[in-house]
Design a protein around this ligand. Structure first.
Ligand code: FAD
Ligand code: ZN
Length: 234
């Protein structure tokens, strides 16, 4: 109780399986007394996946640190320091800052997250806020937080084994869990994967939804994974 959860959700359709997983998380965590915020869909239009130079959602003042040559990392870092990021971004950063747990809920697209969610990562997790390269140990600034990647796939579980076409599902988790979240200092809980909800029976779908509810009930007792290369590739 009292824990703050931010669910970063990326799916267009509330009636989708992802929509059902989102609904369950909001209901169950609220029941536990957590304060649950969610984001992405309401700010979707302000988060186009690309990040062009003349992007008013990123740098509303149009002020550039170095107008001669655009460097995304430098410009966002400098804008962060002088309070020049757009209001939307500052709000997203505040939500992240306040959260004890970040849940990412999305369908797997091209062995990765949907571009809209990746765009959120690219924009919100700027240097100075999420990490600081001038600090030792990688400089992750989002300490004392947990994250959980909850996603659905088109392929079934057999396809995501080491010998099969897709390879181990952990390979696709490496960039997201380790490359982004661990890099930023966030501890990673076991992912939650619902395989092929479109292709299984209605009964199996209900089972998967019940399993999510059950997991959430004891979530706060879980230990983070040992997020090292071994977890992914051994
Ligand atoms: P939906 O189609 O919304 O849901 C599946 C079924 O569940 C529907 O029949 C729905 O009515 C039903 N349902 C919803 N709620 C409930 C409920 N409460 N109770 C019972 N039934 C319910 N897959 C891969 O494996 N690897 C990839 O690399 C990959 N790349 C992709 C790239 C793109 C661009 C796209 C579009 C898809 C890709 N996919 C990939 C497939 C994608 O991951 C799946 O289509 C997606 O994960 C399915 O989730 P959904 O929420 O959209 O399912
Ligand atoms: Zn890691």
């Amino acid at each position: 109780p009292g824990k703050k959860v931010l669910i970063v959700y990326a799916h267009q359709e509330p009636k989708s399986f992802n929509g059902s997983l989102l609904k369950i998380a909001v209901e169950e965590l609220t029941k536990q007394g957590c304060s649950v915020g969610r984001t992405i869909n309401n700010v979707l239009l302000n988060f186009p996946p690309a990040s062009p130079q003349n992007d008013s959602s990123l740098l509303p003042t149009g002020h550039l640190h170095n107008p001669e040559a655009f460097n995304y990392a430098v410009e966002t870092w400098e804008a962060y320091k002088r309070g020049g990021l757009s209001k939307d971004l500052v709000e997203e950063q505040k939500k992240v800052q306040e959260a004890d747990l970040l849940i990412f809920q999305f369908p797997l697209f091209w062995f990765s997250m949907p571009a809209i969610l990746k765009g959120w990562m690219d924009r919100v997790l700027v240097q100075g806020f999420a990490y600081d390269l001038t600090k030792a140990n990688g400089g992750g600034l989002l300490q004392d937080k947990l994250c959980l990647f909850s996603f659905t796939t088109g392929g079934n579980q057999e396809m995501y084994s080491n010998e099969a076409f897709c390879g181990d599902i952990r390979y696709v988790l490496w960039p997201m869990q380790h490359g982004i979240m661990h890099f930023c200092g966030v501890k990673v809980l076991e992912p939650h994967i619902c395989y092929a909800p479109e292709h299984v029976s209605e009964e199996k779908r209900k089972e998967m939804l019940t399993a999510w509810t059950q997991r959430l009930k004891t979530l706060w007792k879980e230990e983070p994974i040992d997020c090292s290369p071994d977890w992914y590739f051994k």
